[in-house]
Design a protein around this ligand. Sequence first.
Ligand SMILES: Nc1ncnc2c1ncn2[C@@H]1O[C@H](COP(=O)(O)OP(=O)(O)OP(=O)(O)O)[C@@H](O)[C@H]1O
Length: 266
Amino acid sequence: MRTVSLAETASSTYAWPVHAEKLQVRAGRHLAVDELDMRLGTGVHGLLGPNGAGKTTLMRALATVVKASGGRLTVLGGEVTGNADLRQVRRGLGYLPQHFGFYPRFTVREFVEYIAWLKEMPKAAIPGAVQRAVERVGLADRADTRMKTLSGGMLRRAGIAQAIVNDPAVLLLDEPTVGLDPEQRLDFRELLREIGLDSCVLVSTHLVEDVAVACSDVVLISEGRLVWQGTAGQLAEQGGAGDAGDSATERGYSAVLRAYRGRVSA
Ligand SMILES: Nc1ncnc2c1ncn2[C@@H]1O[C@H](COP(=O)(O)OP(=O)(O)OP(=O)(O)O)[C@@H](O)[C@H]1O
């Protein structure tokens, strides 16, 4: 049986689970997110953009790991750029960072349990929630294996398990499909679609095809700004025969970026 998360039982008086207005976030001294406006509702949102576009920095700000240096950011109704109770917001979040740390002697189960405990899940709900998260990422047969002995793809799946253990209302996944084999990628797309039915999921990736298949909506950023937002089908319609790419979605991606670069250099 599915455990009901704290985020679901909290009253949701906000219009958008994620709402950024003129958001600015620094990475070191660099302004990596610059006056970004973005609203995300329920569904699976694919976050695309070239290397250095600011995807990881944006994810980190949404995950409340870094503070914004300007603008406004509201996550699950809490203004995280203001004086919101971050503990309350964090209980409703799931986050898979691009690189995540773990104690190598922990088993997969201990690692996911530890994150559930950090998220202040009710003690009695933790064992069942951990088992379910591990099963959902296809690691049930490795639950009692030490983290240090997992393959790269299995580690990534353990990372996804910790991100979903609390049934988060906002799930942030930074390049989750890196290292997954083709079969696991297909299962993962299915998992994303399932979670996106009642949660807001943001997935950063360079695999435009993953976005085309698994995401209800695409957010494209470049130089820290929102360049384009729409459905994967609408993105595909932006491209033409002369645009770079092996699929309609890739050609759409190239066309949108080309148009944006033309606008900023004009
Ligand atoms: N610690 C740092 N100090 C200075 N600049 C940084 C730092 N971290 C990131 N940057 C810069 O901020 C910008 C955005 O980086 P970020 O990692 O958010 O981009 P990204 O879209 O996730 O890139 P990628 O697709 O390569 O993972 C880049 O220009 C990067 O060089």
